[in-house]
Design a protein around this ligand. Structure first.
Ligand SMILES: *[C@@H]1O[C@H](CO)[C@@H](O)[C@H](O)[C@H]1NC(C)=O
Ligand SMILES: *[C@@H]1O[C@H](CO)[C@@H](O)[C@H](O)[C@H]1NC(C)=O
Ligand SMILES: *[C@@H]1O[C@H](CO)[C@@H](O)[C@H](O)[C@H]1NC(C)=O
Ligand SMILES: *[C@@H]1O[C@H](CO)[C@@H](O)[C@H](O)[C@H]1NC(C)=O
Ligand SMILES: *[C@@H]1O[C@H](CO)[C@@H](O)[C@H](O)[C@H]1NC(C)=O
Length: 385
């Protein structure tokens, strides 16, 4: 079972009726791909970011009068997307739980499971320094024509895959081409008329592991065989990890035991999650940089939210709005999330220092934007049947 399901109050899933979080993430993915293409385009080529902002939309319920004219692509190129705020957005929704068939109905459909409020649907990410153009699924699919995109990670990576599927399916209905149904949570989709393949690799730690009863043995120096052998087929790989490092784990490098996390309750050296994530990421990035020709994108950790306790002692999360300065103020990002984000960014920067082609290594720093959305979880409105 997944960590999220063990928790009682506020799982990490983003409420799947909400396009908002995925919307931001997808926009950022779109943006980064665009900026990569821009940097390799001759100057007379059309400005792809302008296209992203202005291409006429195939989706009939997206408002063609949405204000996109004042988007200045050149300013977005230098804009720090990780810093910003969620602003109210009255525009049309890209999708809801009721319009997207890719949302697992019994598990994550918070609308169907009775969530009474809907305000969480109407927010958009506003970086402080620029405006993000609305996500345009037609443009995204055109950009991905003939390409293969992999999301590698845990259930949050799968959530992001589902959210992006929900938006892209409005342009073209994908067909499922999942090959190995025995593997937990591995999904693959193909968009035939764009020849675009999109899949997730279930790899909650990113590194190789075995499991005995409820104790995981991680091999921090070995990239997970679940994705490492197939990576070469993909043009873009988005990697992420985080919360599975809080299960009961004994950490190894080859045959040497480095220690165990406190959750394991073993009488060996204690090794906390951030230290283990650091070693795992260093090895995973090194492996990818040395052997992989595609674009690598490291997505930083997202944040869970509990009031009055944590997941195991009655914490809950019943918020219906993002944190904002106007509305009660913004608390501090929890220490552990900050620490993991810091480790991820440091390892990304170390990898940038030795990567031969730094244009192929991207950082998707979503920790702060995710932190600001305590309303973005299904909370108690999941798996209720
Ligand atoms: C939805 O989630 C339930 C519960 O985890 C699972 O049994 C079911 O197979 C899932 N359905 C799909 C279509 O993934
Ligand atoms: C579809 O894309 C793949 C690469 O992802 C390529 O190998 C193949 O030739 C393409 N097929 C067509 C019909 O263009
Ligand atoms: C990784 O784990 C798989 C089994 O899950 C095993 O077959 C493989 O040998 C391991 N890789 C290494 C390098 O140890
Ligand atoms: C933990 O291990 C040490 C050294 O092996 C041993 O001396 C100690 O008694 C152990 N403690 C417990 C609680 O088992
Ligand atoms: C990532 O986001 C965090 C939280 O907003 C911020 O403190 C940090 O400076 C960002 N780092 C980078 C490299 O973007």
């Amino acid at each position: 079972m997944e960590l999220e399901e063990r928790r009682s109050g506020c799982p990490l899933y983003h409420c799947k009726a909400s396009g908002a979080f995925a919307f931001a993430t997808s926009c950022i993915i779109l943006f980064l791909n665009c900026s990569w293409l821009l940097s390799t385009s001759p100057p007379h080529q059309p400005d792809l970011l302008s296209l992203a902002a202005t291409t006429s939309r195939a989706v009939d319920h997206v408002d063609p009068n949405a204000p996109t004219d004042d988007v200045h692509p050149s300013s977005i190129g230098n804009c720090d997307l990780s810093q910003g705020e969620w602003v109210a957005d009255t525009g049309p929704l890209l999708y809801t739980s009721n319009t997207c068939r890719f949302i697992n109905q019994s598990r994550q459909n918070c609308v169907q499971n009775g969530r009474p409020d809907s305000g969480y649907l109407h927010w958009r990410w506003k970086p402080f320094e620029c405006e993000l153009p609305p996500f345009n699924p037609t443009f995204f699919l055109d950009l991905m024509r003939g390409k293969k995109l992999a999301l590698i990670g845990d259930s949050l990576a799968r959530n992001h895959l589902e959210s992006l599927l929900c938006t892209l399916a409005q342009v073209e209905d994908p067909i499922s081409v999942s090959l190995d149904f025995d593997r937990f949570n591995d999904f693959m989709w193909h968009f035939p008329s764009h020849n675009f393949t999109f899949r997730n690799f279930w790899s909650p730690f990113l590194v190789n592991y075995t499991k005995e009863n409820d104790l995981f043995k991680l091999f921090l120096n070995i990239p997970d065989v679940a994705w490492a052998e197939q990576l070469a087929e993909y043009d873009i790989a988005v990697v992420s990890t985080g919360y599975w490092y809080f299960r009961k784990i004994l950490f190894h490098v080859d045959d040497t035991v480095l220690g165990a996390n406190p959750e394991a309750g073993l009488n060996v050296t204690t090794m906390e999650a951030p230290a283990a994530i650091r070693i795992a990421l260093a090895n995973v990035l090194k492996h990818m940089i040395q052997g992989y020709k595609g674009i690598i994108m490291l997505r930083t950790v997202t944040v869970d939210h509990f009031d009055s306790g944590n997941w195991m002692n009655g914490g809950s999360c019943k918020r219906s709005k993002p944190f904002s300065h106007q509305d009660g103020g913004i608390p501090r990002v929890p220490w552990m999330s900050r620490e993991i984000c810091k480790v991820q960014i440091e390892e990304y920067q170390k990898a940038m220092a030795y990567a031969k082609d730094i244009s192929k290594l991207k950082l998707l720093n979503v920790t702060y934007s995710a932190f600001l959305r305590p309303d973005g979880h299904p909370g108690p409105y999941r798996m209720i049947r």
